[in-house]
Design a protein around this ligand. Sequence first.
Ligand code: GCB
Length: 640
Amino acid sequence: MTMRGQWLKQLCGGLTVIVGLATQSLAATPSQTTPTRVGPVLVNVEARAGQDLSGAWHWSVDPYRDGLAGFHGAEAGPGHRRHDDVDVDAVTRANPQALYEYDMRRSPVVHLPASWISHDETMRYYDGLVWYQRTFTATKTPGQRAFLRFGAADYVARVYLNGKPVGIHEGGFTPFAFEVTSLLRTGENQVTVGVDSVRSADTVPPTVTDWETYGGLTRPVRLVLTPATYIDDAWVRLGDDGRLRATVRLQGTRPGDTEVRVRIPALSLTLKGRTGADGSWTGDAAEPSALKRWSPEQPALYEVTVEAGEDRLVDRIGFRTLEVKGHDILLNGKPVFLRGISLHEEELGKNPTRAMTPGAARALLGEVKHGLHGNFVRLAHYPHSEVMTRMADELGLLVWSEIPVYWRVNFARGETLETARRMLAENILRDRNRASIAFWSVANETPVSDARNAFLARLAADARALDDTRLVTAALLIDRVQEKGQSVMVVKDPLVSHLDVAAVNTYNGWYSDDALADLPGIGWRNDTGKPLVFSEFGADAQAGFHEPGLKRKFSEEFQAEYHRQTLAMSEKVPSLRGLSPWVLKDFRSPRRQHPVYQQGWNRKGLLSETGQRKQAFDVLAEHYRKLEARQAQPEQARAP
Ligand code: GCB
């Protein structure tokens, strides 16, 4: 039996197991018609009572998974179980015969959240299991519920409270929570998490990607306290029909027949009603005439209060509409051209650890908004921290949000589909209140096959069922054909029929040997009838490497010229409605090992890893400045 199989056998009685495997309780319910259900959502988690468990945690590396299984595969014994509620030092003093081969309480300490790649030098390329443990003080109050909520743990997390297993979660970039009401004690509590970064051909993403793994507890851990009946989910939005609508879902002791109130004081608006037997309620009202719609130019956010029974949440939410008409993307009824750029979740600096603070998010997104004159970011290739999407709301940037269905996922495997569906649901449920989010992307550069088409069509349908106020897309591969002696790029992917926007990654001149001067002469054909977006194009350059005469690949001059010519090509594509070049900042990628130019970094950033602007940054900024000026003109006066 595999180790994972043992774990399930050991823990399934009443335990929450959120993995793409056969055994689940609160988690994925395979279904042909409704999206996957996820465990407690605890929407707007920062606004809830409880405790932030960020800070000092003990850590211990466990490459052979000794804390899970013995050397013949049996359940780990007491001298090995890192999660036991035991003071190893005290036990071995009291009983000198006792043998322990770990001691979490005397293991070194790190500050979390952060990926382990920055814990110490030996962890730089570590891929495997690491244990984390800390204590915290709590007070148990009758009638109150307690949850442990994780912003993200990459890739599988096994969670224990006071020595008892509480749940397993698979997926490195989405939030999850486990109820721990019965295990929490008044006084000191011990939480232990085993995080395993190892991926396989069946995981999402699989083993080979073009980015760093960043294993570990990369987002905050919180103890969340709620009343016995609590607001699990609350979604407040402006529908395409122009009505302001709220959906609230209660969970707990008495979710049905409870009064719900949603108030927006600045608009003097209150929506009110009672939940049905299932704990849900939806109410709506005409759009208030005083409402200022959210847009990149005017990112208006309103304080919204949701109250039900003893629970109350306050959020800041923007309202806008988004639709597609022919080749146009309409924001609040007006055509918008996406002046964007892609980025990874990696803070500026020589040794990023994926700890995305508001300051780190503002530094990155500020470069897009103010440096590049952008109005759009593609948060590739997995859901980024909620800190990023909230910052995009504040700054006024439209967002493309994606799940890591990347390159060669095992499309034929049902459990892999369930994993991807759950990730999509966790991502959408976390962020449906962010006005900035314009697109749910279900995949990146996946090769066409029947199994893949069915897999992604299912995800696209889920995204629509969970959220009808956004557009569904995917970054696709593009075909190249020869017609009358000319190269023509053609959008042929059959998945487009399931998407609102056809988005393609195109690298002519970098991954092809086209001369840069020939790029504007390449033809484009988009017969899909839908708007086209260049979701990626880019070229590597090492900041500070100049060869003006030669313009060799990896020089700043080559990269700048590549962008100039690709932008010239883009101006000749009539159905193009957006650009998201690859990529804002150099990012870590273990695949990229040219000793002079790359050293483990993908260098397609317009900024170096420390934020130094390369020549191509100014090329794109100037292009976007012109597009912005063009967009600001009355429609008739716009040059093509
Ligand atoms: C792509 C991928 C992206 C890579 C990029 C590259 O098409 O979507 O993840 O990093 O190309 O640099 O090759």
